[in-house]
Ligand binder design. Structure first.
Ligand SMILES: Nc1ncnc2c1ncn2[C@@H]1O[C@H](COP(=O)(O)OP(=O)(O)OP(=O)(O)O)[C@@H](O)[C@H]1O
Ligand SMILES: [Mg+2]
Length: 400
């Protein structure tokens, strides 16, 4: 791997975050620069005004470059939104050569077979995430290379996205003369930065609660099994506060972050807090029960929707390691306890293991940190000819 520099760009509905890192050894890296900017021109994770989004990306990249003291050329970028869909698919090939030992070539072929899903013309595949392989129709293995068999089956979680949305992301980056090194699903990136191999094996649901969307991904036996994007996030809570108390969104956000909670017991101001009404004179006081009365039902509703989707997916009873919360809204006081109450599963907040700078441990940066980890992994895979041959590159050439 010649290029030791790697960069990630998380385009969220509320913030844009760029990380620049230097790869040290293996998957080890050091952060050289961080740049953030408020997001503009995005609705529920999807670009609706490319000019605005581009200018905020520019602001974030330039900040990260200034901190790192260098310029980058290419960058790994996140994708999310309601157009994302995940399907479990199977592929199957016969090992026809005389020597029946399975090599990376047969693995590629079997994985390629999983890509034959019904795909509307405006959709495309962005990830094929291997789950397991089946040799001779019965032996289930994680890594079939070197094993002898007459048939090889592959199971994979295939993620599709709207071609237009993917193109808009690329355009917003490339109009700034940066190359989009690859596109990565937000919750896949977040999972890489926060989940342990044991959790992914036992069964876990990652819930990235951002500003505009809540992204759900289920992992079991070390593979992604289910994905779902909910068009509700923390901004909805802010909106509810603004509407409920006739105040501005800026004030509502301050109230949420300063005093908001998903459960009683966190509001430390006996005397209540002052709220200014929009376009009206004077202020009025609100108490814990008032703010809770707005936040709690919305959070409960979000978790009820997640619960419904988890049950529908058939994985609810299989995620023994429970729930991991990431994204900015996972910082809401009492949200972990509320998730446990509604979903009935053990829950933890997904901090990353970045120590320098310490702020990147915050679950709000899970996607950005995950983009660096994902980028390092993909570069390695691509560099290793044994693992990825010409055919794989052909059908994923736009992304990797
Ligand atoms: N301390 C906090 N308490 C409660 N909510 C918070 C806190 N800090 C941030 N948030 C909320 O987190 C949300 C932003 O999270 P995040 O940065 O993960 O979103 P995003 O990545 O920009 O959006 P998305 O992933 O949905 O496109 C906002 O709604 C914000 O109000
Ligand atoms: Mg996000």
């Amino acid at each position: 791997m010649k290029d030791k520099l790697i960069a990630g760009l998380d385009i969220g509905t509320t913030k844009i975050c760029v990380l620049i890192a230097r790869i040290k050894q293996g998957e080890d890296f050091e952060i050289l620069g961080v740049g953030t900017a408020p997001s503009q021109g995005l609705t529920k994770g999807v670009i609706t005004d490319i000019k605005k989004t581009s200018s905020m990306i520019k602001a974030a990249v330039r900040k990260a470059e200034a901190r790192a003291g260098l310029k980058i050329k290419r960058i790994w970028v996140s994708i999310a939104g309601g157009h994302i869909q995940g399907t479990n698919s199977q592929g199957f090939i016969k090992i026809e050569k005389e020597d029946k030992r399975i090599t990376s070539k047969e693995v590629e072929k079997a994985l390629e077979e999983t890509s034959h899903i019904i795909l509307p013309s405006d959709k495309e595949i962005i990830h094929i995430l291997p789950q397991e392989f089946v040799i001779n129709g019965q032996n289930e293995v994680k890594d079939p290379i070197g094993i002898t068999g007459t048939t090889l089956g592959a199971r994979a979680h295939v993620i599709t996205a709207s071609s237009n949305c993917r193109q808009d992301i690329e355009n917003s980056v490339e109009s700034l003369r940066y190359k989009c090194e690859g596109i990565t699903l937000q919750c896949l990136a977040s999972s890489m930065a926060t989940l342990s191999p044991d959790e992914e094996d036992l069964g876990v649901a990652l819930l990235d609660i951002g500003g505009g969307t809540t992204d759900l991904a289920v992992f079991l036996k070390k593979g992604m099994r289910f994905t779902y994007v909910l068009g509700v996030g923390g901004n909805q809570i802010t909106n509810d506060i603004a509407v409920g108390f006739h105040t501005t969104k800026v004030k509502a956000e301050e109230m949420k972050i300063g005093y908001g909670a998903a459960l009683p017991g966190y509001f430390k101001k006996e005397e209540g807090i002052e709220v200014e009404k929009v376009a009206e004179r004077g202020v009025y006081r609100i108490k814990e029960k008032d703010l809770l009365g707005v936040i709690q039902p919305r959070v409960e509703e979000m978790f009820e929707l997640v619960d419904k989707e988890l049950k529908k997916s058939g994985y609810k009873d299989l995620i023994t390691a429970g729930i991991v919360l990431t994204g900015g809204s996972s910082l809401l006081r009492g949200i972990k306890e509320k998730a446990e109450e509604v979903l009935g599963l053990p829950t933890r907040i997904g901090y990353t293991n970045i120590k320098d700078p310490q702020e990147l441990a915050n679950p709000i940066y899970a996607t950005s940190v995950g983009l660096i980890l994902y980028g390092i992994k993909r570069r390695k895979e691509l560099a290793s000819k044994a693992k990825f041959g010409v055919r794989v590159k052909k059908w994923l050439k736009d992304f990797f």
